[in-house]
Ligand binder design. Structure first.
Ligand code: ATP
Length: 369
């Protein structure tokens, strides 16, 4: 740490968020990478920083870790100021665990030695005991004496997890930690990591550009765009009540209708969709996710929001069929889904189909000028 010895700020940590970023800003060569970003993570909470490439996720994480320095704003861990103004505690003084995509296990150390590496404060027997226990928690007790090159990708990632968790940090910072694993392995390692992280009660900040990963892992998703958090809420909230069309589009494809607001509603080929939050006369966009457009559902829940269409493509995905269909009225091409039901024929190209939506699954935004 720069400045005087040891004291990095007041606070016992008990009532404070595990990690707090306060109006953090970082520029590179004059360009904003992170702008006035504020975020708090409670004990036991997993927050995912989610956003497209280049939006500032990794820079935010590096600032939290102390490997990058913000131009302004503050970083606190358990209420203690780690970085603000001239004060800047280096990573090793922050009691944070780090896991990055390129996990950087030490190739010349065994799995057990890798895990023990972060426990240098302990005497040798205690260190070995703790490292052994942490390896067992990730089901790798059998691999204690193997070197990284003798481990599979998933096993290496679990060693990295054990190594990061062994010192029992209050905060874990993870940057795309599962990206290098194939799908099946990713799900298994992710689920195990989540279970262990919850057991330990650390605050977790996890960077990902994968919306499914964020939905699966996060207690809260902080959706980032161009250096800012545009929405921070539970996965359900971010998915079901996106702040704008781009936020909605980050999770799935969208069908979009454009129209003006008249008498508090927007008219669509499916009928009027309420838009009480928009003023009359405003240009609006109504977005509806493909899986919220049902094809030939036997009992559409809202018979007042139906439209007839002609199927142009049908892609079989097991229990679901992804359908592209052109509306008879207006001719717009929509993406929709058919869910298999006993006694209901699967839609095929050329068929006439009945599409149905529910107004509450529609997202109405003011059109951007
Ligand atoms: P990705 O998902 O591709 O990793 P990201 O959201 O993590 O992207 P950052 O790596 O934080 O984005 O980068 C944010 C912006 O800052 C980008 O425009 C990037 O080019 C720029 N940037 C990051 N690090 C530096 C650096 N050391 N020097 C100059 N520009 C940088």
């Amino acid at each position: 740490m720069e400045g005087a010895g040891g004291e990095v700020g007041a606070g016992t940590g008990a009532d404070h968020p595990r990690l707090a970023l306060d109006a953090v800003t970082r520029r590179f060569a004059g360009e904003l990478a992170v702008e006035e970003l504020s975020l708090e993570i409670a004990a036991g909470e997993v927050v995912c920083l989610l956003g497209p490439s280049g939006c500032g996720k990794t820079t935010t994480l590096r600032i939290a870790a102390g490997v990058e320095r913000q131009d302004s704003g503050a970083v606190r861990v358990a209420g203690r100021v780690m970085s603000e103004g001239a004060r800047h505690a280096p990573p090793e003084q922050r009691a944070v665990g780090l896991i990055f995509q390129d996990l950087a296990l030490f190739p010349h150390l065994t799995a057990l030695e890798n895990v023990a590496f972060g426990l240098r404060a302990l005497a040798a027997p205690a260190r070995r005991a703790r490292a052994t226990r942490e390896l067992a928690r990730v089901d790798l007790g059998f691999a204690a004496d193997r070197y990284p090159h003798q481990l599979s990708g998933g096993e290496q990632q679990r060693v990295a997890l054990a190594r990061a968790m062994a010192p029992e940090p209050g905060v874990l910072l993870m940057d795309e930690p599962f990206a290098s694993l194939d799908q099946r392995l990713r799900d298994a390692v992710r689920d195990q990591a989540l279970r262990l992280l919850k057991e330990d009660g650390a605050g977790v900040l996890l960077v990902t550009h994968d919306p499914e990963e964020a939905l699966r892992m996060a207690d809260r998703i902080a959706l980032m765009r161009a250096g800012r958090i545009v929405q921070c809420a539970t996965p359900q909230e971010v998915y079901r009540r996106p702040v704008d069309r781009q936020a909605a589009a980050f999770f799935t494809d969208l069908n979009v209708f454009e129209a003006r607001v008249v008498d508090g509603a927007v008219s669509t080929p499916f009928g009027p969709i309420p838009a009480p939050h928009l003023t009359d006369g405003v240009a609006a966009e109504v977005a509806v996710r493909p899986h919220d457009v049902a094809v030939n559902a036997r009992s559409p829940t809202d018979p007042s929001h139906l439209a007839t269409a002609r199927v142009s493509r049908a892609r079989f995905l097991g229990a679901r069929i992804l359908v592209e269909a052109r509306l008879e009225a207006g001719g717009a091409l929509l993406q929709a889904e058919h869910i298999s039901e006993d006694g209901v024929a699967a839609p095929r190209p050329g068929d006439e189909a009945r599409l149905s939506i529910r107004p509450e699954n529609c997202h109405v935004f003011a059109a951007k000028p």
